[in-house]
Design a protein. Structure first.
Length: 237
């Protein structure tokens, strides 16, 4: 089994290595509703009444980009940091109640046992990322993690995917990226890697496919069940 990497640092390219890249929120953890509630309340406190469906569809963007996406270029930019901080404080109250999506940890363990290099690709960092990893409970299967602290630009820019590939030492053609948002799919497509969209985050299949998903599945349990015949079986063959 792969030994998880303790900190960021590119690996020497390995032409035989396969990388399984995973978004976390909504993909491995059932946290989208918690984020929607926290963002909605943070925006409300700042005097902005944004429909929850709009907040939901913005999930997957880094916090600063999410606020810009929802409030537009003419917003009072001095509010951005306050809104982000309010979201973080509100969301932190859920840390000890975070649940995973079905069989998320089992999927990571199965991939690692089959010599896939599992890399988390997330905009979470610090205490939030630690809480997510505790919930997933599969650190021994995680090869590396790239977070908001490691990149200048978040999804849908391809930089997080490129960083993950460097950490894994893996070529684009031998990697697959799994996510639940349109921003995940666009990032994967922009980085030229195979993309699997999951429905467990609440985004419709048609939206994920339009954003670049090569395949759409229900959740990690669905991927685990079809590991030998589904999308992972087609990568690097």
């Amino acid at each position: 089994m792969n030994v998880p990497q303790s900190g960021p640092g590119p690996r020497a390219p390995d032409p035989s290595a396969r990388a399984a890249l995973f978004d976390v929120d909504g993909t491995l953890t059932d946290t989208n509703a918690l984020h929607v509630t926290s963002w909605w309340e943070a925006l409300r406190q700042a005097g902005h009444h944004i429909p929850t469906h709009a907040v939901h569809h913005a999930l997957g963007l880094p916090g600063r980009d999410l606020v810009a996406h929802l409030l537009g270029p003419d917003r009072d930019r001095d509010e951005d940091e306050r809104i982000n901080t309010a979201h973080d404080v509100l969301y932190a109250t859920y840390f000890d109640r975070i649940a995973t999506t079905p069989r998320a940890g089992d999927l990571l363990h199965a991939l690692a046992a089959d010599d896939w290099r599992v890399v988390l690709v997330t905009s979470a960092s610090g205490a939030e990322l630690s809480a997510l990893r505790r919930a997933i409970d599969a650190d021994d299967a995680i090869y590396a993690t790239t977070s908001a602290d490691d990149v200048d630009r978040g999804k849908p820019h391809p930089e997080p995917i490129h960083q993950a590939l460097e950490l894994a030492g893996t070529a684009h053609g031998r990697a697959v990226f799994v996510g639940d948002s349109v921003w995940d799919m666009r990032a994967g497509r922009n980085a030229d890697v195979a993309c699997i969209g999951l429905l467990c985050g609440g985004i419709p299949s048609a939206d994920l496919e339009a954003a670049g998903a090569d395949s759409v599945r229900q959740d990690p349990a669905d991927l685990l069940h079809s590991l030998r015949t589904g999308p992972f079986a087609q990568v690097g063959t």
